[in-house]
Write a new protein. Structure first.
Length: 134
């Protein structure tokens, strides 16, 4: 097992006043790696994967999908989903909710969640006072 640059917490600086709502995409390229296995080594398994990124309030900010296949004669598979940008709205725990379904099914089943803590640091754009200087 090798985890290179694994994120558990991110700090993001935004240029907005404290009372203004935030909805920005952090310019971050990253991958979500998942490990899958099957019981029957002789059977090929195809399934759809859906990843939802939820903000601290539980709002779905982004949904991504991918199809994966575990071929015959293999029992394990790692999938890598490359993601560009992380939408953020507030400080707190963001959850990557991972769901799967068989190709011929319609309903996804949640199989995992990956939490990432995001801390938003505010840097107001107007740091200058409107008062004249002496």
């Amino acid at each position: 097992l090798s985890l290179i640059e694994s994120y558990e917490q991110l700090e993001v600086t935004v240029n907005t006043p404290k009372n203004e709502n935030i909805k920005v995409s952090v310019p971050l390229d990253y991958e979500l790696v998942s490990f899958w296995y099957k019981e029957d080594v002789k059977k090929k398994v195809e399934f759809d994967i859906e990843i939802s990124i939820l903000d601290p309030a539980g709002k779905n900010l982004q949904t991504l999908s991918k199809t994966a296949t575990i071929p015959e004669n293999l029992i394990r598979l790692r999938t890598r989903l490359k993601i560009i940008g992380l939408p953020v709205t507030d400080s707190g725990i963001y959850r990557f909710v991972i769901k799967t379904k068989q190709i011929n099914q319609t309903k996804y089943i949640k199989v995992s969640e990956v939490p990432v803590q995001v801390k938003i640091l505010r840097n107001p754009q107007n740091n200058l006072s409107n008062k004249p200087s002496n």
